[in-house]
Design a protein around this ligand. Sequence first.
Ligand SMILES: Nc1nc2c(c(=O)[nH]1)N[C@H]1C(S)=C(S)[C@@H](COP(=O)(O)OP(=O)(O)OC[C@H]3O[C@@H](n4cnc5c(N)ncnc54)[C@H](O)[C@@H]3O)O[C@H]1N2
Ligand code: MOO
Ligand code: MG
Length: 426
Amino acid sequence: MSDEKEWQETKFQRKALQVTDAQARLMAQAKRLEPQSVPLMESCGRYLAEDINAPHPFPAFNRSAMDGYALIAADTAECSGGSVVWLEVIDNIPCGAVPSQVIGSGQAARIMTGAQVPEGADTVIMLEVTETRQTDGLTYVGIRKPQKSGNSITPLGLELRQGDDLLPKGRLISAGEIAVLAAFGVHSVQVYRRPKVAIVATGTELLEVHEPLQPGKIRNSNSPMLEVLVREAGGEPVMLDAIVDDLELARSRVQMALDAYDLVITTGGVSVGDYDIMGDLVREHSVEMLFNKVSMRPGSVTTAALRGGKLLLALSGNPGACFVGFQLFGGPVVKEMQGAEQPYLPQWTARLGSDYNKVNNYTRFVRAKLVIKDGSVWAFPADIDESSVTVTIKDSDCLIVVPPEEKGLAAGARIQVIKLPGEIRG
Ligand SMILES: Nc1nc2c(c(=O)[nH]1)N[C@H]1C(S)=C(S)[C@@H](COP(=O)(O)OP(=O)(O)OC[C@H]3O[C@@H](n4cnc5c(N)ncnc54)[C@H](O)[C@@H]3O)O[C@H]1N2
Ligand code: MOO
Ligand SMILES: [Mg+2]
């Protein structure tokens, strides 16, 4: 067989991998980037690069939960049936102060919420149920009911003991993580570097966003969409100019981008057409192709390759397929490079909102709206979810996973959905 003929045949004979196999093949090559130290507030939205253990107990001292008096519970055993026990107030402890006295029997300290409970005291009584009197220049607090030991005291180490696990490596940092890091004085946080992700659109038909429409041309909407998706996944998008369908140009642009950046994502030209240059490029010897067909719809043409240890993810040009391809492959890779605990999107069980009758040999990922109704999560498939459709991407909260063996699904069926990032539109 001539080289040209063989080349043409391999173009059409593609082996479709199952989605999970293709994901595994890609993720195995996703290198975690190096850790870097950032100031606390810059760590938000990043992934932790170290396990963090509590450097001290929390709280670090026995803490009053009320404004009141710290005393010894046993001293109040006598008060019942209206009799009042009077205790001498020997200290006044505002928040931030260190108690100066040890509480002995018959004594109490006035104490505020958040202040350190003095030694000797084992309970705090709230101000509202006490009375005070002055006698011979001394202050006494009167108590009418027996108190229980431990009341209104948050003991040292209640939340965490010194050395307890606080945050695991790979945890996405958001408000709660920031709060504990701040509480433990971690002002400089080790996180993984964000990958620089070059985005290249291919297509002679592409106009820039600001350009007026011209016959036969379309505006490049995939690049801006990918820019947002990369940022949402924690990467730093690097927007390169779109290129026309020219194999040499694509080769040099992709090589430059792979040399300069951590990951390259392209869109368009991955099918078998005459101008599908990315499909041709990944079959060249200069790159190691990982896969060029996946058993999914949309996005069956999703392609990945490796060159010099760097990954190239070539997504379809069809906007729906580009979007789904990114959610199943691009997002997870970008997160994996940042050391994410959970690089994949979460999968939920839901009920199907309306009948879905399309059948296919491939698993379908159907754009859908989520609605919470009667305590259940319902997913309503988009009216048009073809690979080439752009407008329903904006209305989608999830992707319904329709396995290939399904012969159509009736409204109410239990289904699996992949929750897309962001809020549910409602
Ligand atoms: N003979 C076959 N033809 C096709 C097959 C096949 O198996 N055999 N697969 C079809 C499937 S499935 C898909 S999906 C598409 C994939 O196409 P490509 O990834 O090669 O993308 P293009 O051909 O470049 O463009 C497809 C479509 O998308 C528009 N496009 C491209 N880039 C952008 C962009 N940046 N922003 C917005 N829209 C874009 C482009 O104009 C085309 O309309 O192939 C099928 N064909
Ligand atoms: O690859 Mo196409 O997106 O399957 O529809
Ligand atoms: Mg094409």
